[in-house]
Design a protein around this ligand. Structure first.
Ligand code: SF4
Ligand code: SF4
Length: 311
């Protein structure tokens, strides 16, 4: 064998051995002990790296929890199971998670909402929004190209073919917020999983402008926020758009049927025909009229009895 090849091989080997020894020594000298809790917590997190906890990935959250920098109930995809396991590792009481799910705050279907122009560009919402804010006349409405669908790692949203709007599957949704962050119109929002009624409008425009663009847009009439309709005060106006406070318990039946623009809908309503919804509204009004008539009758009888006693 050529002596130059032997010299080169021996030299490379010798350099490698020296560097290996240096690295082995350095790893001992500069060894930083990793809290075993970080590893344990990391192992039970779903590794979705969705950011729902507010930390950059599952390892960031594991680090923060182990260092007592944050609550143990921030991993929404993991749910109660993960919280319980973290509580055990950390030796603390398990708190409860309030499971949230996404919903689309827009009912601007192909029939309900007008378009300003035909859009022929790239079929995604973040591109469409660059052309005059999008093709919808309502500047706050859903564009329907499904950036939210793309963002979801859990296959929990699809664009309904008939309405052209996103529909969330509550069973699959983990409340991770990826769709909320992906939507350039702010249409995707979160609500408690156990609640059903939501405001299907996102428009902050004034009444006339809203009505011109969409037949079911909120005109800011404030009826939903009155004590007669929401006696517990769970709806407050924020400018011309109502805001629902799900922490306050409320029966939303009256809200649903008293809103003149039908802006409040239940999760299953998109499956119902407009005729069925109108029928439900008529039944509600009928029951309301009967209750008012009964109350009037009782008041009249009471007044008559009181008059008799005083005579
Ligand atoms: S629907 Fe939205 S919040 Fe729910 S899992 Fe998908 S991206 Fe996350
Ligand atoms: S909700 Fe937002 S991201 Fe989803 S289709 Fe509509 S505009 Fe696009």
């Amino acid at each position: 064998m050529d002596s130059s090849i032997i010299t080169a091989t021996v030299s490379v080997g010798a350099i490698g051995a020296v560097l290996g020894a240096v690295l082995a020594y350095a790893s001992k000298v500069f060894y930083v002990e990793v809290d075993p809790k970080i590893t344990e917590i990391s192992e039970i997190l779903p590794q979705a790296n969705c950011g729902a906890c507010g930390y950059p990935g599952c390892s960031g959250y594991a680090d923060a929890v182990a260092s007592l920098k944050c609550d143990i109930n921030l991993c929404t995809p993991g749910g109660q199971g993960v919280i319980d396991k973290i509580a055990k590792i950390m030796g603390v009481e398990a708190s409860s998670a309030d499971p949230m799910v996404a919903y689309a705050a827009c009912n601007g279907t192909k029939e309900n909402a007008k378009d300003r122009f035909e859009y022929y560009g790239v079929k995604n919402c973040s591109s469409a929004v660059y052309i005059s804010g999008g093709h919808k006349q309502c500047e706050y409405g859903c564009l329907g190209f499904g950036d939210c669908v793309e963002a979801c790692n859990f296959d929990a949203i699809y664009i309904d073919e008939k309405s052209g709007l996103p529909v969330v599957d509550d069973e699959k949704c983990t409340g991770c917020r990826a769709c909320v962050d992906a939507c350039p119109k702010g249409v995707m929002k979160l609500m408690p999983k156990g609640s059903s009624t939501f405001l299907a409008c996102n428009s902050k425009a004034k009444g006339k402008e809203v009505s011109d663009a969409c037949s079911v847009g909120c005109i800011g009439c404030k009826i939903c926020s009155t004590p007669k309709v929401t006696p517990n005060g769970s709806i407050k106006m924020n400018g011309d758009l109502p805001e629902m406070n799900y922490k306050i318990e409320e029966d939303y039946t009256a809200v649903k049927y008293k809103c003149p623009k039908n802006c409040f809908i239940d999760k299953g309503d998109f499956l119902k025909s407009p005729e069925l919804i109108e029928q439900e509204k008529a039944e509600f009004k009928q029951k309301e009229a009967e209750a008012a008539a009964l109350a009037k009758q009782v008041a009249l009888e009471k007044a008559a009895a009181a008059k008799k006693v005083s005579e």
